[in-house]
Design a binder for this molecule. Structure first.
Ligand code: 8X3
Length: 250
């Protein structure tokens, strides 16, 4: 039987591209997101290629996460691959001007949400002595930049959690991969700037940014590596990008 992969934040950007790439590998897919209509629309697209189910829940709500994942029918319970992709940046401002609601959303979504979904999936992986967890971090988790302290902190937490997971889970036959993308053109900046598409477009002006498919390719590389190989950590930058905020624009 083909592997079962659960992807959070599957309805857009890197999550959606990963779902499509996994469908090409014939993986059975559990697509998770908050928006049921968008999940169904993606399911509709992928169903010709592979077996798909959807789960709609908010990663920030433990009861919701626990109920959704423990309620999976038996044939979906043996999850082989978890892609912790859900997350966002909210706002960009000096720390003293930061909005606590934005902070909550980033810490709760990017850190707590990743922990909750992992918690709901890890016990089964440990029991089966098999599994692969892919955490979406960011270059922002490795390099803090001005006006991004809380987003960067949330991704630095993902880096620490990836390392900690690897320390605790390797002995149970579970691989952990941390993926740290640089500038990827998705809805990321539109969300960060609360729908200001002009400001979002400026982030990617004057150079060729990464696409969600570029990152999906690296995830495929990690999950299809031979059994004896763990891709522990990958940083992927646009070729015009030298560091988090150093981008050579034309
Ligand atoms: C997204 C990359 O550099 O805009 O995580 O924070 S960056």
């Amino acid at each position: 039987m083909s592997r079962i992969a659960l992807i959070t934040g599957a309805t857009s950007g890197i999550g959606r591209a990963t779902a499509k790439a996994f469908a090409d590998l014939d993986y059975r897919l559990i697509l998770c997101g908050r928006r049921q209509d968008r999940l169904e629309e993606l399911e509709e697209q992928l169903i010709a290629q592979t077996i798909v189910t959807t789960l709609s829940f908010d990663v920030r709500d433990w009861t919701d996460v626990e109920e959704a994942i423990s309620g999976l029918p038996d044939e979906w319970k043996a999850i082989d691959i978890l892609v912790n992709n859900a997350g966002s940046a909210q706002g960009m401002s000096a720390i003293q001007d930061g909005n606590p609601t934005d902070w909550d959303q980033m810490i709760d979504g990017n850190v707590q949400g990743l922990l909750y979904v992992s918690k709901a999936v890890m016990a089964g992986m440990v029991e089966r002595k098999r599994g692969h967890i892919v955490n979406l971090s960011s270059i922002a988790g490795k390099q803090t930049y001005a006006n991004g302290a809380v987003y960067c902190a949330s991704k630095a937490a993902v880096e620490a959690i990836s390392m900690g997971m690897r320390l605790d889970l390797t002995q149970h036959g579970i691989k952990v991969t941390n993926i740290a993308p640089g500038a990827v053109e998705t809805e990321f900046s539109v969300v960060r700037f609360k729908g200001d598409t002009d400001r979002a477009a400026k982030v990617y002006e004057g150079f060729t940014p990464l696409t969600a498919d570029d990152i999906a390719d690296t995830i495929v590389y990690a999950v299809t590596a031979p059994a004896h190989v763990t891709i522990a950590d990958m940083t992927i930058l646009a070729s015009a990008q030298a560091a988090a905020t150093t981008i050579y624009r034309k």
